[in-house]
Design a protein. Structure first.
Length: 534
């Protein structure tokens, strides 16, 4: 029984894993690579598995970094069913054609320049027709139903609490009269998010493939998220500028609407502020969210019963057409513009950045993860000028970030979720994270649970039955008995991991944010002091 890591290995995009036994070969996700030019070039390469050799595909959720290469996979020969949740299928029906349209538009714009220069023209990764054709292979399933998808394979989708329809995948594979359970977390959600339910507790696994996006940090001030948002709105409106919010069309846009509705209901949002969603995809996704109320959590369901839909506002407008979007470029203030893509690498958000980044009166508010190499990451990292559509744009607007909007579980939530296992996995494979986050999380899991942890490289193939012999886990070097100046770093590491364990325990006991911040500060000061002793 083997697993190949064809994406989301030491990076957060391009999720694609292939499992193979003597009788069956299937994939988990097939996502688009995003970020640096080097990463995005992988989207144009041939797949490292023959598409027509896959019996079926399981899709954890609709986000493009998990679903965005499905049309290419189908165009090149994959003809099997794609199992996913019903809400995921609905979201893919708008996400995948939109992804194709963006690719076609970007290639068309680039080809205008290449043509004038007499250079070879580009081809999109796939077109809208390819995307629409691939939707025919979607096979929606309910949460919690165990389904036999091959003679020796059963699967079940569980709510991952990340976005509408997001799934943890449980797979039972029988080989040589022995049944093995492999769990793929997909993207795990943060507990107590608005609208959607918390991630399902999984009781056991033989092997766990786990996301690690925020494996090295805790989300701060989650409870005070709306208050932070309110402050940014008020500061921007006082300056007389626009508040531009790059937001993922699925989940993040709806989270923003939820908090705007909350502020409005409290009388804390000026009804004179114009609010626009300028993204056809976000508009369509919001409509899907509005209709699928069965997936809502208790709080959102209660709000509905009271006659207040959490995604509606009297001063909310939708920019459906390109002309309506372009009109927003003339707006100079008193306006909130929510647009995609969330990492600013494509879509209408690039136009709004072009017309607002250079204005000191405006604010750009980041509410989602910005992968390395993306335009959003470069702005957030403090670049003074960026290139948008071939034009240099000075960055003079206020650049703000609210990390509490992340739909990914932070370190505390990942560890807390893993603690609920009755039977710990034999090995944990960390994916969907940058290396620093993965190393940190690997050390904590290895120390606290005594479970071998593997951080696969891109294209690694691992035999699960022999992985404990073939793959070196994150075993820490044995500490010397005598503590002197040369090995104080071991003491620092040991103390730091002990503190982290204690912090996770406090996290579950709902310590106040001020107490958590103070605790983290003291822990870091102790660790730094020990490392700096000669």
């Amino acid at each position: 029984m083997k697993i190949r890591f064809l994406g989301a290995a030491k990076t957060v995009t391009g999720s694609f894993f292939v499992m193979e036994t003597d009788q069956v070969r299937f994939g988990i996700d097939c996502g688009l690579f995003q970020g640096s030019k080097q990463l995005k070039e992988r989207n144009y390469k041939d797949f490292d598995v023959k598409p027509n050799s896959l019996d079926f595909l399981i899709l954890t959720h609709a986000h493009i970094d998990h679903s965005g290469l499905i049309p290419k996979l189908c165009r090149l020969g994959f003809s099997g069913p794609i199992y996913c949740n019903f809400a995921t299928a609905q979201l893919c029906s708008v996400l995948l054609p939109d992804s194709a349209y963006i690719q076609e538009s970007e290639v068309e714009r680039k080809n205008e320049k290449l043509g004038r220069a007499g250079q070879i023209l580009l081809e999109p990764i796939y077109n809208v027709e390819d995307a629409i054709d691939s939707l025919k292979q979607l096979h929606p399933l309910n949460y919690d139903d165990i389904v036999r998808v091959a003679p020796n394979v059963e699967m079940r989708l569980r709510d991952a609490g990340h976005i509408l329809g997001s799934s943890i995948v449980e797979v039972w594979i029988e080989e040589n009269a022995q049944k093995t359970k492999v769990v793929f977390t997909g993207d795990l959600g943060q507990a107590n998010q608005p609208i959607i339910k918390d991630p399902t507790i999984i009781e056991s696994a033989d092997y766990l493939v786990m996301e690690s996006t925020y494996g090295d940090r805790f989300h701060k001030d989650v409870i005070n998220r709306a208050e932070q948002f309110k402050k940014v709105i008020e500061e921007t409106m006082r300056k007389g500028g626009n508040l531009v919010i790059p937001a993922f069309a699925v989940e993040r846009t709806q989270d923003i609407l939820y908090d705007l509705n909350l502020l409005y209901s409290r009388g804390e949002l000026d009804p004179g502020i114009q609010i626009y969603i300028d993204s056809p995809l976000a508009i369509a996704a919001t409509e899907i969210f509005r209709k699928n109320t069965d997936y809502y959590d208790e709080e959102s369901s209660r709000s509905l019963k009271e006659g207040n839909h959490p995604l509606e506002l009297p001063n909310l407008k939708y920019a459906h057409s390109q002309d309506e979007s372009m009109e927003l470029n003339k707006v100079m203030g008193n306006t909130i513009i929510i647009s995609a893509s969330g990492m600013c690498d494509a879509g209408r958000i690039k136009h709004h950045l072009k017309y607002n980044l250079w204005r000191p009166q405006s604010t750009v508010l980041f509410v989602g993860y910005q992968a390395q190499g993306t335009l959003g990451r470069r702005i957030l990292d403090g670049e003074k000028a960026v290139t948008i559509h071939g034009e240099k744009v000075a960055v003079k607007a206020d650049i703000r970030q609210i990390g509490a909007y992340s739909a990914h579980a932070d370190q505390g939530s990942l560890i807390s979720w893993l603690k609920k296992f009755n039977q710990l996995p034999r090995s944990v494979f960390l994916v969907h994270g940058e290396e620093e986050a993965q190393q940190t999380l690997a050390n904590i899991i290895q120390t606290e649970f005594k479970v071998p942890v593997v951080i696969p490289n891109w294209l690694d193939e691992i035999d699960l039955k022999s992985c404990s012999q073939e793959i070196k886990s994150y075993e820490r070097e044995e500490k010397p008995e005598i503590i002197d100046g040369k090995n104080l770093s071991f003491l620092a590491e040991d103390l730091y991991l002990t503190v982290r364990k204690q912090l996770n325990d406090f996290y579950e006991k709902s310590l106040s944010q001020n107490e958590l911040d103070a605790f983290i500060k003291i822990a870091k000061e102790i660790e730094t002091t020990l490392h700096n002793i000669d």
